[in-house]
Design a protein. Sequence first.
Length: 306
Amino acid sequence: MTDFAHTAVLGAGVIGASWTALFLASGRSVAVYDPAPDAEKTVREYVERTWPTLTDLGLTAQGRPDALSFHNDPRGAVEGAAFIQESVPERIAVKHALYAEIEAALEPDAILASSASGLTLSEMQAGWRDPARFVLGHPFNPPHLIPLVEVMGNTRTDDSAVTGAEAFYKAVGKITIRVNREVPGHVANRLQAALWREAIHLIREGVASVEDVDTAMWAGPGLRWAAMGPTTLFHLGAGPGGLAEFCDRYGDSFNRWWDDLGTPHLDAETAATLVAGLDPDADTAALSAKRDAMITAMQKAVTGLR
């Protein structure tokens, strides 16, 4: 089953629909499970809407947008699937119930990856009799557009399931990192949570408005971070001396900034402050389209240079 020609997606919300579009674009067939009565209509519309973007990224050369089947029974969806991406709601009881229902129906060598962001691998493993073929495969939203997938296994995971998942994701155009130790939120979510915490602190302290903090991000470090990570960029930031020179030169400044960082909580008052800082008349559909167009353009540029 190493070619992963037939796949399954369990849960057809925004994440599941996005995975479905990507898997179809790669030339694979996809069996979708979601109990919602409008799931098929929603997924087909999503695939149709995202196909031009996937084509623009060069991901649909082997694509088969109609290689879809829909199932009300998750056991029927996973039958014969070599790779299954699970994206059902992040409630541990829901996930455990699903795993118990499908485990006996899985192909012996099938890999099942969970998109979970808020639950840990060990928490989810408790829903399996044998979790050897179960891995974390956490994407960034939307999965068809953002390349990152965080992959993790542990001592209860078959090594071939982890390497197989990485190979599959690479085959459908993704970039993976390996999470070596379990922490809440994995890697990328913790990074963005840390950044957003300080953004909120600056807003709450009156340092800058919501709009200006967002602008400071996308018009400043966000552009550099789309090219390289912060440690590599700082390595380049001190000239020939590299990172050692950077740390020596700016260590005191960073320590001062770190000591002054805030620790706000996302309570009702904070949420209201953030909401009030946004344009209430903004068309979210138009904003989403603009976001996707810009990310697509950046993706094409970055891919061409790597």
